[in-house]
Design a protein. Structure first.
Length: 410
């Protein structure tokens, strides 16, 4: 992290700026990069996730008691839960995206019957080409016929149908995760920033080859798995209304960043293999208002920093001020739920990225710190993991934006 970028990112005389601490050792840990070759973590590539080591460092730095319980209200594909389980902490997650909840719980499965799993893998790999009665769902925002070749479309559904009939739930989940993880590789689509685009890929590998190799790599991880005597589970639910049944010792999470990314679109191909069109459409309406262009609910919160920010927005996307207000209104709800669910003295770490808009930078980390203090948290520090130039929406490199970890204590 360049020193001048860190300094340039700090507003003059701004509230909570004295709590900003430069932590370049966290720079790679707030990304998925470190997980790409890690057993279990690499089963599904989720770019928005953070590294296992991030969780471990925060557990140590925040002094979370051994054997305690950690909550993640935006658990994504379960990295926090898995990292806690591997350190013998209990963990509870909440995730509104069914894909994320499914991937999380499958990665948390333990005590496989290895011989039975090997037998089922051999059996499913032995199937020859065949037709299927299943049909692809039209998600409404991407053309399935353009995204996949006819052979890939058929093979993905063919294997899905075979997996559905696997009796052992643990093995069935294992195989379905393997299939979901290759969907993008088998397609003519790519995730490009916050959108998914149709591109013409050369030399696409057949679904059967990708599936067989994924199962092989995942099985290799299973054979090395260790048993952990702790509770770990992801619940399908909305972070704005979910609260653990019992008080927890800490919360480590990364909410959706305030940006243009609609996760139901970004992972639309995988969702089309799991849900029907109405379910996908409903999911988009239910999601946290994190992306500019989402349907506004016209809500905001009592925040001086937010008020100043809204006054500075000069964005041709006319909904920007309303969506920004909605985002912090939603985050305020989530933070209140976390506050209610934490034990006295419990720590709350939020990994967040500041947003760039034409004319202004939204200091998400500082605004969330203010909201936290207003509801009774003590703002301990704001660990700045990364600072980069704004480079979106045609903005030139005239100002930097931070990626930070806001640490609060009840």
């Amino acid at each position: 992290m360049k020193r001048d970028l860190f300094d340039l990112s700090i507003p003059d005389g701004g509230a909570y700026t004295d709590l900003l601490v430069k932590r370049p050792d966290y720079q790679r840990l707030v990304t998925f990069v470190e997980n790409k070759k890690e057993p279990l973590y690499s089963w599904f590539y989720y770019k928005e996730g953070f590294a296992r080591e991030l969780v471990w460092k925060l557990l140590d730095e925040m002094g979370v008691p051994e054997g305690g319980t950690v909550f993640d209200p935006f658990c994504g594909t379960g990295n926090t839960l898995l990292a806690c389980m591997q350190r013998e902490y209990n963990s509870i997650g909440c995730e509104i995206l069914p894909l994320g909840a499914f991937v999380s719980n499958t990665k948390l499965q333990q005590d496989y019957d290895v011989e039975k799993l090997a037998e089922e893998i051999r059996r499913i790999n032995s199937f020859k080409f065949g037709e299927t009665s299943l049909k692809w769902v039209d998600p409404g925002f991407i053309d399935i016929n353009r995204a996949f070749s006819r052979y890939a479309r058929n093979d993905l559904l063919f294997f899905k149908e075979k997996i559905i009939w696997v009796e052992d739930e643990k093995i069935r989940n294992f195989m379905m995760l393997a299939l979901l993880s290759i969907v993008l590789q088998a397609s003519n689509a790519k995730r490009d920033g916050g959108v998914i685009r149709i591109v013409k890929k050369k030399h696409l590998a057949p679904v059967r080859y990708l599936f067989k190799n994924k199962l092989k790599r995942m099985f290799r991880d299973v054979k090395k798995m260790q048993h952990h005597d702790c509770f770990a589970k992801a619940y399908l639910g909305d972070a704005r209304s979910f609260e653990p049944d019992e008080k927890v010792d800490a919360c480590i999470t990364s909410p959706p960043y305030l940006n243009y990314i609609d996760y139901t679109k970004l992972y639309g191909l995988e969702l089309a293999l799991l849900l029907d069109r109405d379910e996908i459409s409903q999911l988009r309406k239910m999601s946290l208002r994190s992306h500019i262009g989402a349907e506004s609910r016209g809500k905001t919160v009592d925040s001086e920093l937010l008020r100043q920010t809204l006054e500075n927005i000069n964005d041709p996307l006319t909904k920007s001020p309303e969506i920004v207000g909605d985002y912090f209104a939603d985050m305020n709800q989530v933070m209140k739920k976390v506050h209610g669910g934490l034990k006295k003295g419990g720590k709350f770490a939020l990994v967040v990225g500041n947003a760039c808009l034409p004319g202004t930078t939204i200091d998400v980390d500082l605004i969330l710190a203010e909201l936290g203090q207003k509801m009774g948290f003590e703002v301990k520090e704001i660990l700045v993991a990364n600072v980069r130039w704004c480079d979106v929406h045609g903005i030139t490199k005239d100002r930097p934006a931070r990626e930070s970890i806001v640490v609060l204590e009840k």
